[in-house]
Design a protein around this ligand. Structure first.
Ligand code: FAD
Length: 316
């Protein structure tokens, strides 16, 4: 089975999630005696390092800021034809999600969104596992086509170094962009939440955007990223780029500190893979405590400044 892994390297940085995608391809290739090729869009400086995570070959191709979903889809399709890929793996993020359907149509392939495990084979067809009902249940989806395109949920696997030497090759495809990008506004200087090692998140219990200083001070001493629950971003207290959960970003940090968040299942769906969860809530019955490794029952406006001071002292 030939596997093509799409790596969106437009920001010139091979990320943790990119390594996971390649490692996932490697696990499938091992199981079904296949070969994993990574297609890197954008900078190729570190493309060879993907061999460490299981890529046997790496194709790199230039990025043009006018490439939209259709152009990128055409490049991936050309790569699928070059390596005769049976399976294409995309990231389950803003880059991979729109490509899934478009590419499946271009390739006449089966598409499965948000897979979380290595597939099984049944009657020669691949069966993928995915979460359902906020990961309270699992669905098993069989692709009925010869080719399949999937998106992989970040943090489903920890990428291991398998020490392959990848053969790196330029891959030039002529595509005519159908759109022209006339401007881009980027959030600079922040670690993307799926990559973050430490996250401090606030919910409606923060009472208003004017109180976020308490949370940001704790985040600063912990060198953590900031996140929030959905109602917080829906009411514009915080930007949507911080919204964590079922309809937001899925995270898997080593440390997730939640303050003033009740712990609704839709929020937990995005955080329950965190290594250590600390919950600060004044309601001892808040459901988040059931998912917590450590809990503080108390008013966050009293507890958090004390915690920040204690960490400062400890670090000092
Ligand atoms: C289809 C669907 C998808 C959804 N997707 C998401 C999602 O992706 N992410 C998400 O977060 N939600 C999502 N939701 C909403 C979710 O159901 C909850 O409504 C939401 O998570 C609640 O946000 P919250 O915990 O910030 O607010 P609340 O539920 O209002 O909880 C506030 C908490 O703060 C505590 N508190 C108040 N004051 C203090 C204080 N001074 N000190 C300490 N604690 C205090 C309270 O005890 C309470 O537990 C979704 C809902 C639906 C229907």
């Amino acid at each position: 089975m030939n596997i093509l892994v799409f790596i969106d390297n437009r920001k010139n940085e091979i990320k943790k999630t990119d390594k996971e995608l390649v490692y996932y391809g490697h696990l499938i290739a091992n199981k079904f005696s296949g070969k994993t090729t990574a297609l890197v869009l954008g900078d190729q400086k570190d493309a060879g390092s993907l061999g460490n995570y299981g890529a046997e070959a790496v194709l790199y191709t230039k990025y043009d800021s006018n490439y939209g979903v259709s152009s990128i889809g055409s490049i991936i399709k050309a790569a699928v034809e070059k390596v005769n890929a049976d399976l294409v793996i995309l990231p389950y993020n803003s880059s991979g999600k729109p490509l899934l359907g478009a590419l499946a149509v271009k390739l006449d392939a089966g598409s499965v969104s948000a897979v979380i495990d290595v597939p099984e084979q049944e009657d020669g067809k691949l069966v993928f596992k995915k979460g359902a009902y906020s990961s309270k249940a699992f669905a098993y989806v069989k692709s009925l086509k010869d080719k399949t395109v999937v998106t992989l949920v970040p943090n489903s696997f920890t990428a291991e170094n398998v020490g392959n030497e990848a053969n790196v090759e330029a891959f030039d495809v002529d595509v005519t962009p159908k759109v022209k990008v006339v401007g881009v506004d980027r959030v600079e200087g922040k670690v993307p939440l799926p990559e973050a090692e430490r996250i401090v998140a606030g919910g409606r219990g923060m009472k208003g955007p004017e109180n976020w200083g308490v949370l940001e001070e704790l985040a600063a001493v912990l060198e953590a990223e900031t996140a929030c629950s959905r109602p917080v971003s829906d009411t514009d207290w915080r930007p949507h780029t911080e919204h964590v959960g079922q309809t937001g970003i899925v995270v898997r940090p080593n440390l997730y500190i939640a303050m003033g968040i009740s712990g609704a299942i839709q929020h937990l769906a995005g955080v329950n893979n965190s290594k250590t969860i600390v919950v600060i809530n004044k309601d001892p019955e808040a459901p988040f405590f059931k998912a917590a490794d450590y809990g503080v029952v108390g008013d966050l406006f009293e507890v958090v400044p004390k915690l920040t001071e204690a960490i400062k002292k400890f670090k000092g």
